[in-house]
Design a binder for this molecule. Structure first.
Ligand code: 5GP
Length: 189
C-alpha cells in the first residue's frame, strides 16, 4: 500500500498510487529550467502554456528560470471525460501576442499520441517564429502516433492514465500536488 498522506483526505479513496511525488516533480523542473536557461540565454523567449493541464508546469518552470521570459497561453479542445485521444484538435483560445521572429517554447503537461502538439507546432510555425520547441513534464512514448520531437522531457510514464499536478479526469484532481493513478472504481470500473 502506498503512503497516501500527501493526498487530501477527501481524495484519498480515489487514488490508487502515487506515480511521481511532488518533490521529484520540483527537482526535475529545476533541472529542465537550468537546461532552458542555458539554451535560451540572450534570446527572446516566449513560454506558451497549453491550458488547462500545463498551468502548474508553467508556474513552477517559470519560477525556476533565471532568464527573462514572457508568457502566453493557448487552449485547445480536450477529450472531455474520455481517456483516449480522438485526434481532433480545436483552438478554443489563441495567443494574445504575435510570435513572428520570436523563440517559442510550448509548455505541456503530457504528450500521449502527440497529435495535439503536432497540430499546435505546425500551426505556430506558420506564423514564422524564430523557433518552436516543446517542453513536456510527462511523455508516454508507447502511445505515440506521430513523430514529434520533444526537446525537454520531465519523465517517461507507462501507458496508464494519470492525474494531478494540472492533469484532470472530468475536470477533477488537477489540484493534487503529486502525479497519481486513480482507482478503477472512479472510472465506473
Ligand atoms: P495527445 O494529443 O498527445 O494524445 O494528448 C495530449 C493531451 O491528452 C494532454 O494534454 C492531456 O490533456 C490528455 N492526456 C493524455 N494522457 C493523459 C493522462 O494520462 N492523463 C490525463 N489527465 N490526460 C491525458
Amino acid at each position: 500500500m502506498d503512503d497516501l498522506s500527501s493526498i487530501p483526505p477527501t481524495f484519498r479513496g480515489d487514488v490508487e498510487s502515487i506515480l511521481i511525488p511532488e518533490a521529484d516533480l520540483q527537482t526535475r523542473l529545476a533541472e529542465l529550467a537550468a537546461d532552458v536557461d542555458r539554451d535560451y540565454a540572450g534570446r527572446d523567449l516566449l513560454l506558451v502554456g497549453v491550458l488547462k493541464g500545463a498551468i502548474f508546469v508553467m508556474a513552477d518552470l517559470a519560477r525556476h528560470l533565471t532568464i527573462p521570459t514572457a508568457m502566453d497561453f493557448m487552449a485547445v479542445s480536450s477529450y472531455g471525460a474520455s481517456t483516449s485521444s480522438s485526434g481532433v484538435v480545436r483552438i478554443l483560445k489563441d495567443l494574445d501576442t504575435e510570435i513572428e521572429g520570436r523563440d517559442v517554447l510550448l509548455v505541456e503537461d503530457i504528450v500521449d499520441s502527440g497529435l495535439t502538439l503536432d497540430y499546435l507546432t505546425k500551426n505556430l510555425r506558420s506564423r514564422r517564429p524564430a523557433s518552436v520547441e516543446i517542453l513536456s513534464l510527462l511523455t508516454k512514448p508507447s502511445r505515440r502516433e506521430v513523430d514529434l520531437p520533444v526537446r525537454y522531457v520531465g519523465f517517461e510514464v507507462p501507458d496508464v492514465f494519470v492525474v494531478g499536478y494540472g492533469l484532470d479526469y472530468a475536470e477533477r484532481y488537477r489540484s493534487l500536488r503529486d502525479i497519481v493513478t486513480l482507482e478503477p472504481s472512479v472510472y465506473g470500473g
